[in-house]
Ligand binder design. Sequence first.
Ligand code: GLU
Length: 273
Amino acid sequence: MNSLNYTGRLAPSPTGLLHLGHAATFWTAYQRAQQHNGTLLLRNEDLDPQRSKQEYVDAMIEDLTWLGIEWTPPVITQSKRIPLYREAFERLLSTGHAYACTCSRKDLAQMIAAPHEDTDDEPVYSGRCRPAKGTPPQAFQPNMNYRFRIPDEETISFTDLNLGPQSFTAGKDFGDFLIWRKDDLPSYQLACVVDDAETHITEVVRGSDLLKSTARQILLQRALALPAVDYFHTPLLRDEHGVRLAKRHDALALRTLRQQGHSPEDVVRMFST
Ligand code: GLU
């Protein structure tokens, strides 16, 4: 594939029904792929075994199709691609970019910084399990969480194609983050970076709640020597109370709107105005 060809992706998590907020982002992704005469892929981000459900995979495919969004098959299913993520994780571990973390949920909860509703914030990791500089790379041990070691104080800057210049400081805006989980699954950050590279994505269109994840993912791309991609973050939709639309807003699920008799054009109008 020519790397100059635009390739985008839709990356829903099948943990609930798609709502108006998802539709707005996915519609933008679809429009941008069309404007560039490019390819759009559908990636099923089903790595959360507790929350992912096949019925939501079926529903998202049906709802996106109903809305009029087209993508190039086959659907990419993350749970079937674990060896790819595993290989990347082992590379990070053997190069000293990752370390085992034995902190409990309770330890982590004590690391302050209440998650903010509009971002993908998590408490900045205190570095409790971080090995001292110069320590040799660790060997893999099962049943452990593994974190990526961020470059302290480094500023990660990128120009978002929608929101303009962005800048985040490692250690301040985010800390050492999870890349491999004790249930032997990759984290979202790692799987996303590996898949974007492996499927030759040139532009990532997603909600602005993931801006800090973009900074994290740029660091992972660098550590894994993967190509950089362009980013286009979309603003988050809010309900009439100013609360961000989330999957719990069932009234705005595409399915509900459709059952109420709204057409796909009505729905596109709802988020375009
Ligand atoms: N699966 C993620 C979500 O639904 C989106 C990830 C991405 O676009 O990078 O929030």
